[in-house]
Design a protein around this ligand. Structure first.
Ligand SMILES: Nc1ncnc2c1ncn2[C@@H]1O[C@H](COP(=O)(O)OP(=O)(O)O)[C@@H](O)[C@H]1O
Ligand SMILES: CC(C)(COP(=O)(O)O)[C@@H](O)C(=O)NCCC(=O)O
Ligand SMILES: [K+]
Length: 256
């Protein structure tokens, strides 16, 4: 049994593996150093700090594997006794550049190993990223832009009169030409984000007409639902899967 931890820019994503089998996954907030120390000293479920919200009714896995794009958080978690931090060199993709995010590399590897290459992964997380590899598992490249939550947060924080829009408050598509401030922000951010995603997907299919696409990240469901309404032909070729990074980690385990 082993634990995997993906550290994103908003929160922590956990997975419990039994051998190579992904048993369960869950998310938590960032945890303070005191909780990490408590986790390190825990031997049974009863000792566990409640913040971990560990779901398995059994003894604690000794090994923790971390994939992080937040250096300050990596440093914090390195105090855990049996920790393994995944680095880019361990990922068999070719043509990767040294500062590529480990989350992007792992998600692409996990998706490609599962469904095949060419593969494009869209990560609708804190940042929204596109990351693609060709049939020979060469990184084609990608793009990074502010994610849905970050676009709303930036408008709320860097202007004098705009309210903060919460992504949880979004349900149906806003009117395109809005007559209130809140809906005008929603319209601007959502329709341009979806048009941008559509444009990247079309460019991907220009390059690789049979190229596969997977979407992950905290805003995946919301964006996928909107895509189904606006661009159903595109949505029908997308696979929604939150655990691509953990699949990537599992695929590495058998590789190294
Ligand atoms: N419980 C939640 N806590 C935080 N963000 C959430 C939650 N549920 C959905 N989200 C959405 O997920 C996005 C962050 O994506 P996520 O993939 O979790 O982040 P990261 O991996 O970058 O830490 C935010 O923009 C937010 O809209
Ligand atoms: C682009 C990211 C910030 C995405 O992080 P996330 O939104 O998943 O927390 C992360 O993958 C990162 O820091 N990448 C390094 C730069 C690059 O990939 O080129
Ligand atoms: K991520």
């Amino acid at each position: 049994m082993w634990l995997a931890l993906e550290i994103g820019n908003t929160r922590l994503h956990w997975a419990l593996f039994i051998g190579a089998k992904l048993d369960c996954t869950w998310d938590t907030e960032y945890l303070p150093e005191s909780v990490i120390q408590q986790l390190a000293q825990s031997h049974t479920l009863a000792d566990l700090p409640p913040e971990i919200s560990f779901p398995a009714p059994c003894s604690l896995p000794p090994l923790l594997t971390i994939a992080s794009v937040v250096p300050s958080q990596t440093a914090l978690w390195q105090t855990y006794p049996h920790v393994r931090v995944i680095t880019l060199e361990q990922i068999p993709l070719k043509n990767i550049y040294p500062t590529l995010g480990i989350d992007r590399a792992l998600a692409l590897w996990g998706a490609g190993k599962t469904w095949g290459f060419p593969m494009l992964v869209i990560d609708a997380g804190t940042a929204l990223t596109f990351t693609a590899a060709d049939a020979n598992q060469y990184l084609v490249g990608g793009a990074i832009l502010p994610g849905l939550g970050l676009q709303f947060a930036t408008l709320g924080q860097k202007t004098g009169q705009l309210p903060q829009i919460e992504t949880e408050s979004l349900v149906s598509l806003p009117p395109r030409f809005a007559l209130s401030t809140a809906e005008a922000i929603q319209s601007g951010v959502i329709y341009t984000l979806l048009a941008g995603i559509k444009d990247f997907i079309e460019a991907w299919w220009q390059l690789y007409p049979e190229g596969k696409i997977a979407i992950k990240g905290g805003d995946r469901t919301l964006l996928f639902n909107y895509l189904q309404i606006l661009y159903p032909a595109i949505a029908s070729r997308l696979t929604v899967e939150p655990n691509l990074i953990f699949w990537g980690i599992a695929a590495l385990k058998s590789h190294v």
